[in-house]
Design a protein around this ligand. Structure first.
Ligand code: R5P
Length: 273
């Protein structure tokens, strides 16, 4: 494809190959420049359909606007739903995502109107942590908020960790959170693998690390699927004296150590288009 920007900031897209009758798969990231990548994706998908592709799929490695998956305050736009409708509107029939943040949207496939496969980076992240020495019965996988408990479970299963659990988070502002413990967790002397889908400002991880320290854990390894690391977040986390930090290649960054490509390739094969 040819992708350019006009001097006024608008995007130009040209599909420069024959797509007639073919299954076209767009591989895109929506991270860090969400508006720009979203418009680009819509232009590409619409053009592919218009030019005669038989089926258009989208691999959205980082699904932008997904965290606003509910109307938390009256009058708010639910951006996850809006973006999904736009993707559907340009004829994207299949969606492959990675640890997408849509806990509160019931019937996501119905809103999208097509098949959705969500693959996870958690097995890769936790296996990497294990290869770096995070092994033994003292290992526990923890999510920093209730929503991440499912990912903590997946990560724990992948490395046969004996235990997993989640802390509780209350968001005060886009960059401020309060992390507490609401369920009893046996953490003293444990090696913690702290996992989440996204690290953005790092506020969530930093507060979780502070809390875990108070609980006398032995070591903390941090893992996330999408390392956005805005506003110097990585430096702030590294200053917390953690054992290691790892993320996947959905948003390439200095902590990227694992690739989700094999999981995406497997999902594409399953589509059988
Ligand atoms: C939100 O619930 C996500 O799962 C992450 O916990 C969140 O995006 C992290 O954001 P931040 O790094 O800015 O605290």
């Amino acid at each position: 494809m040819e992708i350019k920007k006009f001097p006024d900031g608008e995007k130009y897209v040209r599909i420069n190959c024959d797509v007639v009758g073919k299954h076209a798969i767009i591989v895109q990231s929506g991270a860090l420049k969400p508006d720009e990548y979203l418009i680009e994706t819509l232009l590409i998908a619409d053009a592919l359909n218009d030019l005669g592709s038989k089926h258009v799929s989208l691999v959205f490695a980082y699904f932008p606007y997904a965290r606003q998956d509910e109307r938390f305050k009256p009058g708010e736009a639910i951006s996850l739903v809006t973006v999904t409708k736009l993707l559907k509107g340009v004829g994207i029939k299949t969606l492959i995502t990675v640890d997408a943040h849509r806990h509160r949207v019931i019937n996501f496939e119905r809103i999208f109107g097509g098949k959705v496969i969500d693959v996870s980076a958690m097995p890769y992240l936790s296996s990497f942590a294990r290869s770096q020495g995070l092994v033994g019965e003292d290992v526990i996988v923890i999510g920093p908020d209730v929503e991440s408990e499912g990912w903590a479970k997946l990560a724990a299963e992948a490395i046969n960790a004996s235990d997993y659990g989640a802390l509780t988070k209350r968001r005060i502002s886009p960059s401020e959170v309060e992390v507490t413990i609401s369920k009893p967790l046996n953490l003293k002397g444990r090696d913690v693998l702290l996992v989440d889908d996204i690290i953005s400002t790092g506020g969530t991880m930093i507060e979780a690390i502070k809390l875990l320290r108070k609980m006398d854990v032995r070591s903390i390894t941090v893992a996330c699927t999408h390392g956005l690391f805005v506003n110097n977040a990585l430096m702030k986390i590294l200053k917390m004296n953690i054992k290691a930090i790892v993320s996947s290649d959905t948003v390439p960054n200095p902590t990227t150590k694992v690739s989700v490509a094999p999981a995406i390739a497997k999902a594409i094969k399953e589509l059988n288009c």
